[in-house]
Design a protein. Structure first.
Length: 302
C-alpha cells in the first residue's frame, strides 16, 4: 500500500529524503518550521456515501494547508497517517492517495512520509510543515483596537452543502461540492502577512467562533457588520428551500476554510480580502452591536 501511495510521485526541492526510510529529511531555508496537524474520522468528519475517497483526501490536505497559510507561511511538506479496516478496497486507498497528492501538488509541496495501521473505521491524520520565508508569523494575539477586520475566501458554502446533503436535496450541487472539497484562499495568507496583518486565523469552526478565539488571544472585542457579510445569492436560494438562515451559515459554517485577519485601520487590503468589521475594546464577538445569540460554530465534543 505504501509503494502504491508513493510510486511515481514528484517531491519538491525542499524534500531531501522522502518516503522509504525511518524518517524524512527536509530543507528549512528559513531556519524555522511552522507545523500543524488535523485528523478526520469516518462518521464524524466525513461519510463515504456523501464524499468520494478522492474528495476526502483533498479535504484532509486543504484543512491542514489553511492552518499554515493563516500564519503567513507556505505549506511545503505533509506527513499522512492512515487507519482503515482490513477489508478496505484498494480502490479506496488509491483514490484517497490520489486526492491527497492532487491537493498537495497544487501547493507545490510533497508527501514526505507517514504511517498506516488497521482500525475499525477510516481515519486520516495529516501533519503539515510550512516555511515562513523569512517573515514573522502572524499570530491570533496581535489585533489592536481600531484595526479593521477582513476575510478572504468563501463563507457559508460548506455549511449550506452539508444542509443539502442532510436534506437529501439534489438542487444545489455547487454547494455540496464546496462541502466535499473546500478551496482555501491559500495565497491570501502570505499576502496578508506581507500587507501588515496584525492577527490572522483559519475559519475552520465558524467565523464567530474563530474570531472569538482571536479576540480572546488579543484581549479585544470584534464588531461585525451584517451588511458587509451579505450572503451569496446561491446561499439565499438554498436557505429558502431548506428552511435555513443564510446569514447563520456565513457566521457559523467553518469548513470553507476561509481566512479572517485584522489589519491597521489605514492599511490597504490585499487582493482577495474584504472588510467585514473592526476591532474594539472589550471582549466577545458582536454583529451590528449585538452579541451573537446563535450557535458560534463547530464544537468537537458536542
Amino acid at each position: 500500500m505504501i509503494d502504491r501511495a508513493v510510486a511515481g510521485r514528484v517531491q519538491p526541492s525542499s524534500t531531501l529524503l522522502g518516503p522509504g526510510d525511518d524518517a524524512a529529511v527536509v530543507r528549512v531555508p528559513d531556519g524555522r518550521v511552522v507545523a500543524s496537524t488535523d485528523m478526520l474520522v469516518q462518521g464524524r468528519h466525513f461519510r463515504l456515501d456523501w464524499s468520494s475517497p478522492e474528495q476526502i483526501g483533498r479535504k484532509a490536505v486543504a484543512q491542514n494547508g489553511a492552518d499554515i497559510v493563516s500564519m503567513g507561511a507556505w505549506p511545503t511538506s505533509f506527513l499522512v497517517a492512515l487507519g482503515c479496516p482490513a477489508d478496505t478496497p484498494v480502490a479506496v486507498t488509491d483514490a484517497l492517495t490520489d486526492g491527497i497528492w492532487s491537493e498537495v501538488s497544487e501547493l507545490g509541496a510533497g508527501v514526505i512520509g507517514g504511517d498506516m495501521v488497521q482500525s475499525e473505521q477510516l481515519v486520516i491524520s495529516i501533519t503539515v510543515l510550512g516555511d515562513l520565508g523569512g517573515h514573522e508569523p502572524v499570530l491570533r494575539s496581535g489585533a489592536q483596537v481600531g484595526d479593521q477586520v477582513a476575510v478572504a475566501g468563501r463563507l457559508g458554502f460548506s455549511a449550506a452543502g452539508l444542509a443539502a446533503l442532510r436534506a437529501e436535496s439534489a438542487e444545489f450541487p455547487e454547494l455540496v461540492a464546496a462541502h466535499q472539497v473546500p478551496t482555501p484562499p491559500y495565497r491570501c495568507g502570505p499576502a496578508a502577512a506581507r500587507a501588515g496583518a496584525t492577527a490572522m486565523t483559519d475559519v475552520s469552526d465558524g467565523l464567530v467562533a474563530d474570531l472569538g478565539h482571536l479576540g480572546v488571544a488579543s484581549g479585544v472585542a470584534v464588531e461585525l457588520h451584517a451588511d458587509l457579510l451579505d450572503p451569496d445569492p446561491r446561499l439565499r436560494a438554498a436557505a429558502a428551500v431548506l428552511g435555513a438562515d443564510a446569514l447563520d451559515w456565513v457566521l457559523t459554517g467553518g469548513e470553507d476554510h476561509a481566512l479572517a485577519a485584522t489589519f491597521p485601520a489605514d492599511a490597504a487590503l490585499p487582493a482577495g480580502w474584504a472588510r467585514i468589521g473592526e476591532v474594539r475594546a472589550g471582549s466577545g464577538v458582536r454583529v451590528d452591536g449585538c452579541s451573537w445569540a446563535g450557535d458560534g460554530g463547530w464544537q468537537s465534543f458536542s
